[in-house]
Ligand binder design. Sequence first.
Ligand SMILES: Nc1ncnc2c1ncn2[C@@H]1O[C@H](COP(=O)(O)OP(=O)(O)OP(=O)(O)O)[C@@H](O)[C@H]1O
Length: 639
Amino acid sequence: MPQRAPVDPQAPLTQQSPYWASIARLGPIVRPIVPRLVMGLVVALAASALALAVPQVLRLVIDELLRSGTQPAAVWGAAGVVLLLGVLEATMIYLRRVLVIEPSITLERQMRTSMYDHLQDLPVSFHDRWGSGQLLSRSVADLGFLRRWLAFGAIFLVVSISTVALGVVLLFTLSWQLALIFLAAAVPIMVYGAIFRRRFSLATRRSQDQAGDLATAVEESVHGIRVLKAFGRAREALEGFTEQARHLRETEVAKARHQALFSLVVTLLPELALGTGLVTGIWLAAAGHLSIGSLAAFFATAAAVAQPVEASGMLVGMALTAKTAVDRHFEVMDAANTVADPQRPRHLVAPRGELAFRGVRFSFGVPAPHDAARPPGAAGPPAAGSPSEVLRGVDLQVRPGETMALVGATGSGKSTLLQLVPRLYDVDGGAVEVDGVDVRDLPLAELRRLVAVAFEDTTLFSSSVRENVLLGAPVQEGPEADAVLAEALEVAQAHFAYSLPDGVETRIGEEGLSLSGGQRQRIALARAIAAQPSVLVLDDPLSALDVATEERVSEGLRGALAHTTTLIVAHRPSTVALADRVALLRGGVVEDVGTHAELLGRSDHYRWVIASLPEEPRDLDRDEEPDLDTVFSEEAEAR
Ligand SMILES: Nc1ncnc2c1ncn2[C@@H]1O[C@H](COP(=O)(O)OP(=O)(O)OP(=O)(O)O)[C@@H](O)[C@H]1O
C-alpha cells in the first residue's frame, strides 16, 4: 500500500484561492434554494430594522411626549408600539428559521449524496492516495458546517453588515459629532480584521485537514486493532495518535487565540468609542447642541450597532471556515474519473470469455496525500521503462473456458495484472481484451458483469450472507436467485452459512457476525461464482483454507469453472494444480507459459518460485474440530 502522508503541522499553508472565487463555486448547487434563502434574509433584515426602530420610538417618547407633559395614555400608546415592535421582531426571527433550515438541510443531504456517488465513480487510484478520514471529514463535518453557515452564518453576516450600515446612517442623523467618534473605532477594526482573516483562514484550513488525518488514524487503528494488540503496539499507536491530536489541538488553540484577540478588539473599541461618545454627548447636550431624546436614541442605536460588530469575530470565522469547507469539497468533486465509460462503446453479444493482455504496461504513479496540494498532472504515470513500472509489456492469452494460474515471485505484479481486467486501474500502454475487444471500449457495467473478482483480502458488507453472495448476481430474488445462491455456496464449500444463527439471512460484515478468515474467503469466492461471469479473476482466494477444505473447493471450482475463463493468482502448489496452464511473471513480463510439468521441466525460475511456495496453509481454518485421537495416533506413529 502506498503511504498517505498526513498534513505536515509545520508546513506553511500559503496557497489559498481568492475568497469569492471559492464561494462562487457553490452558486449552481445553492441556486434551487436561493428564493428561500433570500426570503429568510429579507425577514432577518426586517427583524434587524425593527430592532433599530425601537430607539427612534424612545427618542420620540423622551423628546416629544415626556417633555410636553402629554397624557399618560400617549405614553402607554408608545409603550404598546415598542411591545408590538418586539413581538414583530421575534416573529421575523422565527420565520427566518422556518424559511432557511429545511432547504439548507436538504441541500446538505444532496451534496453528501453527490459526493458519495462521485466517490463510488472515482478510480481505485484516487482511493489509494486519499486517507479515508479525509473523505469522511469532508463528507460529514465540512458539509454540516456549510449547512450551518448557509442557514445562519451567511444570513447573519449580510444582516450584520446591513444593520451596521443603516445604524451608522441613523447615528449620523442623531448626531454627526458622536457618529464620527463611533466611526473612528472602525478604522483599527478594519485593519486588524484583514490580519485576522489571513491568519484565521490558514489555521482553519490546517485544522480541517488535521481533523481528517486524525479520523484516518482512528479508522486505521480500529480496523487494525487485532494486529496492534497482538504485536503489543497499542501504546505506540496511542502515542502516534496523541501526537496527531496534539498538533490538531495546537492549531485549534491558535485559531481560538486569533478569534479571541479579534473579539477583544471588536468588543473593546466600540465600548471605548461609546465611553468617549457619552462624555462628548453629555457635553453637547449641556451646551444645547443635542436633545436628551437624541442622546438616549444615539446610545440605544449605538448599542444595537455594536452587537453585530462584536459578533463579527464569530461570523468572519464562520465565513472563512465555510470557504475552506467549499475548497475541500471541490478538491474531491473536481477529481477526474479516469476510468470512465467509453465515448463510443462496443458490446459483446455472446461473450466467449477469451482474455488477452497485449503489451500491457502499468505503474502506480506517484502517490500524493491531497490532490489539491499537487499541480495538475503531477501524479501521472512515469515514463515507460522507468524503475517504478510494475508491468513492462505483458503478453498473455487465456483461451475461452481455460483456467490459467499466474505464478511469480512476491511483488512481481500478479495482483496488479488481475486488477487491470475489470478496469480497477487502466493500462498505461498496450491493452487488455475480452473476445478481442479492448476492455476500455466496453461500457463499465457490461464489463463488470462479464468479469467477477475475488481477492485474498476479502471485503464483506454489513448485510446478510444472501445479499453479500448475490451482490453481482444477475438475479437478486426469487427461486432462481435461491438456486444461484445454493450452488455458489456449494462450490465455495460455504455450507457453514446455513448453520449461522439466521442461516443465509444472518447479518455479517463490520456491523454483523464476525467470520473467520477462511469463512470470509469462501463467502467472497461464492460471490464471484454467483455473478456467473464469463471471466473470473481470483487473487489467491483459497489462502486461508486448510488443505482438506481447499481440496473440496478446488474440486467444486473445476466443475463450476469448466466454461468460465479463469485467471488465478497461485501462492500454493495446490492452487497451481487447479490450472490448465501456468503463466510465469518475472521482471514485469510473462517469461513463460505452459503446463505445470512443462514449466517445471524447462524453467529454473519457475522451479525456484514453486520451491518457495508454502506447502502448508497459512491459516488453518477447519469447520469441524480435528479428531484428536487421529492427531495423537498420527503423532505417535511419526515418533
Ligand atoms: N496500490 C498500489 N500503489 C502503489 N504501488 C502498489 C500498489 N499495489 C501494489 N503496488 C506495488 O506494485 C508492485 C506489485 O505488487 P503486486 O501486489 O501486484 O505483486 P504480487 O505479485 O501480487 O505480490 P504478492 O505475491 O506478494 O501478492 C509491488 O512493488 C507493490 O509494492
